[in-house]
Design a binder for this molecule. Structure first.
Ligand code: FCB
Length: 426
């Protein structure tokens, strides 16, 4: 059955950050640091989903989705990242999973969507190899509780974005600006993915995926400099995480001048067979090069296409191009693909632009020659959009952050009708 779903992430919607024994995460620390998040917004309350999850599950049932991708907050389950398990935190996900199953919606949890327990960051976070092992321990604890009802698991969300924005540029938590010295974060995350995949399977998980953010890379021109820069950026954004996971080897990383701390056996662990690859797609990236600031590439504007409220270019065919390029690159090593995030930021309840965006991307993905098994809209609800706080609204459902009132937008009603038509087609 093709999965049609919506996606969210714990820190972006749950709120209740000190409730029932949850420990602090790097995002609590970061968002409370003045100047880090626009207008000082935090996820303290967010969409109050921790208390309102039944209403949110009812909204999904009304929409007619058959799957829901959410993330589990590691600091709810293990407040210090290791050691004692907080049963009350696990109870929340237990209730959520039951509520979803009652409505016939498949729960698809992601184990790490960027809210690392602060106690682990204090010991080096993903710069430390220990975090990979801790991640697997945490995965085992969650699977032991939920694997009787959860069939499909996602280990990590967008390790690329987490490495670059969190450890390379410092614009996301934990706010470290190490540039290419952040590369060990790539290795420790995907090593954690491999170890967690083993732990999940040992606890009875049937299907395991990783979710990578990918982008078609467009050279700014045919000049040798631009072509070389585009290839370098493609390695960093698309291949650094997909190659080792799917083929057991890193691409040539010499352009970045930093070492990956690979130990013997790591690549075998990282390249566990997977049941699917999760792809998050938002837009293509246009690259010229080299950059003036010592970078081997520079970002160029994509002009002549509509942009979202976030300023992101809208290129639906980029999704087809991306999927076809994955097939061309990995061939039989490409497992079934799930679009685990796709969506856009626009204001207003009559969001015709979002309808056009979703319609265009769904049509484009269907033209790709890959084994496509699912599509999840980012996002169910307007939510805490990281460094942008509550300023970017990605929801099919509008949230009034003063009253927590939820109001389905035009796109919600459009998707409901679209999904109704799918179920009568099959
Ligand atoms: C992705 C993130 C998700 C959300 C969207 C807009 O990179 O995975 O949490 O912020 O972008």
């Amino acid at each position: 059955m093709f999965l049609w779903g919506t996606a969210t992430a714990s820190y972006q919607i749950e709120g209740a950050v000190t409730e029932d024994g949850r420990g602090p995460s790097v995002w609590d620390t970061f968002s409370r640091t003045p100047g880090r998040v626009r207008d000082g917004h935090t996820g303290d309350v967010a969409c109050d989903h921790y208390h309102r999850y039944s209403e949110d599950v009812a909204l999904m049932a009304g929409l007619g989705v058959n799957a829901y991708r959410f993330s589990i907050a590691w600091p709810r389950v293990m407040p210090t990242g290791a050691g004692p398990v907080n049963q009350a935190g696990l109870d929340f996900y237990d209730r959520l999973v039951d509520a979803l199953c009652e409505r016939g919606i498949a729960p698809v949890p992601t184990l790490f969507h960027w809210d690392l327990p602060q106690a682990l960051e204090d010991e080096g976070g993903w710069l430390s190899r220990d975090t990979s092992r801790r991640f697997a321990d945490y995965a085992a604890v969650v699977a032991e509780r939920l694997a009787d009802r959860v069939r499909m698991w996602i280990t990590l969300n967008e390790p690329f974005v987490h490495m670059v924005e969190g450890y390379g540029l410092g614009i996301h938590a934990p706010g470290r600006a190490l540039m290419f010295d952040a590369l060990p974060v790539a290795h420790h995350q995907i090593l954690g993915h491999g170890l967690a995949t083993q732990a999940l399977r040992a606890a009875g998980a049937e299907q395991v995926l990783i979710t990578n953010n990918c982008t078609p890379v467009w050279p700014a021109s045919d000049s040798p400099e631009d072509l070389a820069a585009a290839e370098t950026y493609d390695i960093l954004h698309n291949r650094l995480f997909n190659d080792p996971v799917l083929t057991g080897a890193y691409p040539d990383l010499s352009a970045f001048g930093a070492e990956i701390p690979v130990k013997s056996g790591d690549l075998e662990t990282i390249a566990q067979p997977l049941d699917g690859l999760g792809i998050n797609y938002y837009n293509p990236t246009r690259i010229g090069g080299p950059g003036g600031d010592g970078l081997p590439f520079r970002f160029e504007e994509i002009s002549g296409v509509p942009t979202t409220a976030f300023g992101w270019p809208v290129v639906p065919d980029g999704l087809r191009e991306l999927l076809d390029s994955l097939k061309a690159r990995y061939g039989d090593a490409l497992p079934p693909v799930y679009i685990t995030e796709n969506g856009c930021s626009y204001d207003g309840l009559d969001d015709q632009e979002r309808i056009a965006y979703l319609d265009g991307h769904i049509r484009a993905m269907r033209q790709a020659d890959v084994d496509l098994r699912g599509y999840f809209v980012w996002s169910l609800l307007d939510n805490f959009e990281w460094a942008e706080g509550y300023h970017q609204r990605f929801g099919l459902v509008h949230v009034d952050f003063e009253t927590q009132r939820r109001t389905p937008k035009a796109s919600y009603h459009w998707l409901r009708k679209f999904l109704e038509a799918q179920s009568t087609d099959t």
